[in-house]
Design a protein around this ligand. Structure first.
Ligand code: ATP
Length: 243
């Protein structure tokens, strides 16, 4: 059984249809890379899965339960954690305080500082530093580490490499590899297609709110995704479930 199933999901900003009839399914331990141009609806889709944006139609199922109308804090308890674009740390608090704020808010048996620091050892010497004083890469690591403190079964990552130096992105992805090796399930919005294809097991491309490509990363070529990205592939891919 899939851990996450999205069926015919619609999400709007006022009259604007940001997500249109999206279907996707994700098994435990899979990593899904969500790609698409600016404004394709990736953030809105992630927020709808997390409960931060209301679904206008369709269904979201998680671990067998229909969570379509469940408020965000109850989804956190079930094990869904969103790392939003822009990190949103408490910049005046220390890194440790930022992490501890999230402890006990999520799924039972929550992450501990020790387990989270295994994936993000670069934060260990920074625990007493003000979050606002960290580099961009360290702040992003802290934002993901904070999400892990809620012991998620599903981690939703929105453009974690945005604005970071190539070295910082490499280090961040090393930490993500550690999480993946530990069996984490991740939906990742990533602008860097090459990186997305390397890290993900599945790829979904959105264009104007619709799925224009879905496939296993191993069977996905850059050309195929670029066509879907720009809407050059004609009808949606047969496996995409797009409408
Ligand atoms: P980006 O890569 O730029 O973050 P995205 O693929 O994540 O893009 P969304 O941010 O989900 O796309 O935006 C989808 C559509 O919804 C776009 O047309 C965008 O302009 C619109 N939109 C997003 N947020 C809002 C908002 N708060 N109010 C009105 N329209 C919005």
């Amino acid at each position: 059984m899939s851990l996450l199933t999205v069926e015919g999901l619609e999400a709007r900003h006022g009259l604007l249809h940001a997500v249109r009839g999206v279907d996707l399914a994700l098994d435990e331990g899979e990593t899904l890379a969500l790609v698409g141009a600016n404004g394709a609806g990736k953030t809105t889709l992630l927020r709808a899965i997390a409960g931060a944006h209301r679904a206008a139609a369709g269904r979201i199922r998680f671990a067998g339960a229909d969570i379509t109308t469940l408020p965000a804090h109850r989804r956190v308890k079930l094990g869904i954690a969103l790392v939003p674009e822009g990190r949103r740390l408490f910049t005046g608090m220390t890194v440790e305080e930022n992490l501890l704020v999230a402890a006990g808010r999520g799924r039972a048996g929550g992450g501990t500082l020790a387990t989270v620091l295994e994936a993000f050892p670069q934060l260990r010497p920074k625990l007493k530093a003000r979050a606002g004083d960290l580099s961009g890469g360290q702040q992003q690591a802290a934002a993901i580490a904070r999400a892990l403190m809620s012991n998620p079964r599903l981690l939703l990552l929105d453009e974690v490499s945005l604005g970071l130096s190539p070295v910082a992105v490499d280090q961040l992805y090393l930490s993500l590899q550690t999480l993946l090796a530990g069996g984490a399930t991740i939906v990742l919005v990533e602008q860097d297609l090459g990186r997305a294809l390397r890290v993900a097991s599945r790829v979904v491309c959105l264009l104007e709110g619709r799925v224009t490509y879905a496939g296993a990363a191993g069977e996905t070529t850059r050309e195929r995704v670029m066509d879907a990205y720009f809407g050059l592939s004609g009808a949606p891919d047969a496996t995409a479930g797009g409408r």
